[in-house]
Design a protein around this ligand. Sequence first.
Ligand SMILES: [Zn+2]
Length: 198
Amino acid sequence: MAAGEALQRLVTALAKLPGVGRRSAERMAMRLAVGRRDLIDELLGALVFVQKSVTGCSRCGTPTLIEEDPCRLCTSPGRDDQLLCVVEEPADIVTIERSGGFRGRYHALMGTLSPPKGQGPADLRVRSLVERVRGEGIREVILALNTDVEGDATAAFLEEALRAQPVTISRLAFGLPAGSGIRYSDPLTLERAFKGRL
Ligand SMILES: [Zn+2]
């Protein structure tokens, strides 16, 4: 394999990561290929550890050690089992936890409904959400989705999917500017959004 071809393989893999465009992936690949052997070792070590020891929690979807599944957020006795916060990505759980404004349980969908990205209901963790709502005695589902077209479409879909369940569904939109994402909100805004949810 020629050097250019090897680099292209790396660029293609890096560009699959969220938030990494083709141009950024090319810059990363160049930096790794030229003069940063120590960084390659560091990355390899971290990647192998994550591959062998970390998994998505079978209940909420957040990363957890394989021997600690379900994760601590799901098993901690100090949290409210009747409140379930639905987020798009596990990274949103980290952001919300940092705000300290929520003490219930979580469920990550792993994306949103997005025809341009080819993501439909089957690609999201919707069935497990409905099963959890049915079986875990949840009385309120809080949709902490981003306030954009995809977030709105996903919220409408989930409301329909949960229609037959005896739960209150609220949307965490109050106080968040339209078009913004949970991950870009500061802790205080998020805390207020939880308190003032509709
Ligand atoms: Zn969990």
